[in-house]
Design a protein around this ligand. Sequence first.
Ligand SMILES: CC(C)(COP(=O)(O)OP(=O)(O)OC[C@H]1O[C@@H](n2cnc3c(N)ncnc32)[C@H](O)[C@@H]1OP(=O)(O)O)[C@@H](O)C(=O)NCCC(=O)NCCS
Length: 238
Amino acid sequence: MNSDTSETTSTGPVALAAPDPAIALWLCPLARSVAESHALARLLSPLEIERANRFGTPALRARWIVGRATLRVLLGAALGIDPAAVTLRRGKRGRPELAAGSALDFNVSHTDDVALIGIATGLPSAARIGVDIERDDRAVNADGLARKFMTERERAGMAPLDEAARRRRFLQLWTCKEAMSKATGDALSAPFRDIDVALDEGPHLLDGPPPYVADHWRLVSAEVPAGLIATVAIWRGA
Ligand SMILES: CC(C)(COP(=O)(O)OP(=O)(O)OC[C@H]1O[C@@H](n2cnc3c(N)ncnc32)[C@H](O)[C@@H]1OP(=O)(O)O)[C@@H](O)C(=O)NCCC(=O)NCCS
């Protein structure tokens, strides 16, 4: 993690290949100068400032401010309003969303110094998106976590691989499942171990308990820079 943001240069969000014509995807560097993070804090609501102030270090605080302000800038542009005027609220299990009735859905994921932001503007009104991004060298106990979060078929696919490939496959599957859990809002209470994902010919959901039924979902691997793994999940909705 970059613990000193004071020497970094200004870089705004970078548009990635759209996973769907209705979805814009942005990769957002979070390490910005302290001066920039102070300036961006002006876009945040009092509640967001309170939350930012609860982070334990200035670097973590600045990173969160930059991410939230960038989200506001992108949502403001999509809605045609001032970023500070965007009204965010918490939906199911804390899923951030816009006020009821908005045709726009979005989701955010962070890893170290980048955030991935997906904004859907043209999906049917019940549809939801989820995104997840991970560093591909993230130190995880892939075998232990696979026992907890992967189906038998997914674990069988991991078994013959060497350790590095197993970890990478785990993270690929994980980003699919986490992105789905973030589209529904279930987050960590999603039934990960029963959600069966295949990675051949692009990631896709094979089977799972409702609402994780295959024909209600599309999974897209995001075209992120080397060293990162990310998935966008598009859910038809309840
Ligand atoms: C909260 C959770 C949804 C995602 O957490 P995470 O992986 O730590 O973090 P991410 O950066 O991907 O996502 C966090 C963002 O998801 C959004 N989010 C929070 N709750 C959400 C929910 N219920 N549904 C959808 N999105 C949610 C928020 O925008 C949040 O960012 P913010 O707090 O800056 O607003 C939850 O699934 C979680 O805690 N996961 C833990 C991940 C883990 O343990 N992985 C180990 C295996 S690799």
